[in-house]
Design a protein around this ligand. Structure first.
Ligand SMILES: Cc1cc2nc3c(=O)[nH]c(=O)nc-3n(C[C@H](O)[C@H](O)[C@H](O)COP(=O)(O)O)c2cc1C
Length: 340
């Protein structure tokens, strides 16, 4: 069972590296957000403070590498390299689903390595929605949380992906109650994320009602999980019809703006430092990305991933300069227009 999951995880990585799995018609929507340019910023570029506090730790700028891998051969090395770069650049790091480690402790160290290598940054664990439904599995998750050092645990909601997977979990009844129970059991904060189809205001409010205070919208516009499953499916016509399913990331952020008591993470199609800045203007605490970082690290090497992060940070700082922001908390005050 756990080996089947490991094979599937590895297939996902291989497909994301070798096939075009991006949305076709839909974008995340960042190009529609036009920030008000200030010709008189009254800011010294060098003195701009791009740092933010997240889960009690200071990030050099508001970025996280979204949860991807763990639990297959090769993941240990990949995760070590990711963790070294995140620690060095002081950005947050998400783990891939820890599900495999429940069934097979051999995979445990591919997750444990991250906290060992990166003690100063927030590490966010990850588990699927379907795994939180049963009490037995919630206890298994708690045991793992004690073994893998993490600052928060993200429950991923991925009904699109699961329904298109022949071997997927097709029962999502009881997930909200499961999340509520998990919150009361866990010694760390529980957050919720999608995996590229987005979280609406209605869903965010239901999550908030049961005690969720951090939501990663992971909207449409970047990696399409219908596309990933298309390449594995024995019913590719169905997967193809759902290729562009989901709520674009920017639409999610706009919908969730009024939830003041919820920290928003913007992911799904975030592809530049400018996108991160726009997400912050739309009241996100930070932004995350997965596929671009996976490709940079695995197809080119660690120094390329490092350079990409440095470039995004510079772009982020330039946007702050051009909008007259001295600190990240100034960004939500920047005026913007939404282009049609
Ligand atoms: C290879 C790969 C594996 C992923 N595995 C997970 C996972 O285990 N858990 C999860 O919550 N999201 C997973 N994701 C989804 C990402 O965290 C993210 O939500 C999604 O890819 C959208 O971001 P992007 O457009 O920057 O890729 C994975 C993404 C990729 C590319």
């Amino acid at each position: 069972m756990s080996d089947a999951i490991a094979i599937r995880k590895e297939e996902h990585v291989t497909i994301c590296l070798n096939k075009d799995v991006n949305f076709r018609e839909k974008t995340a929507g960042f190009e529609k957000i036009q920030l008000a340019h200030s010709a008189l910023p009254e800011v010294n570029f060098k003195a701009i403070d791009t740092t933010v506090l997240f889960l009690g730790k200071t990030l050099s700028f508001p970025l996280m590498i979204s949860g991807m891998t763990g639990g297959f051969q090769g993941a240990r090395q990949f995760n070590r390299e990711l963790a070294e770069i995140c620690q060095n650049r002081r950005i947050a790091l998400g783990l891939g689903s820890i599900r495999q480690a429940i069934k097979n402790p051999d995979f445990l160290d591919s997750y444990q390595i991250m906290a060992q290598v990166a003690p100063d940054i927030p590490i966010i664990g990850n588990i699927g929605a379907a795994q939180v439904i049963s009490e037995k599995q919630r206890h298994e998750i708690l045991n793992l949380v004690k073994k893998i050092k993490m600052d928060a645990l993200a429950v991923h909601l991925n009904p699109l992906q699961e329904i298109l997977q022949p071997e997927g979990d097709h029962n999502f009844e009881g997930v909200l109650r499961g999340i509520e129970s998990l919150i009361s059991m866990m010694p760390i904060p529980i957050m919720v994320k999608e995996t590229g189809a987005g979280i609406s205001e209605k869903v965010a409010r239901r999550l908030h009602e049961v005690g969720i205070h951090i939501i990663d919208v992971s909207g449409a516009g970047g990696t399409s999980w219908a596309a990933v499953e298309y390449y594995r499916s024995n019913e590719p016509e169905i997967a193809a019809n759902f290729w562009d399913w989901g709520i674009p990331t920017v639409d999610c952020l706009i919908e969730l703006q009024s939830l003041d008591d919820v920290q928003k993470i913007a992911s799904g199609g975030v592809r530049s430092g400018m996108d991160i800045a726009k997400a912050c203007v739309l009241k996100a605490t930070l932004a995350g990305a997965a596929q671009p970082f996976l490709r940079e690290l695995m197809l080119k090497g660690p120094e390329f991933l490092d350079s990409l992060i440095v470039r995004w940070q510079k772009e982020f700082q330039i946007v702050m300069f051009l909008t007259g922001c001295k600190k990240v908390a100034d960004l939500p005050g920047v005026s913007f227009q939404i282009k049609k």
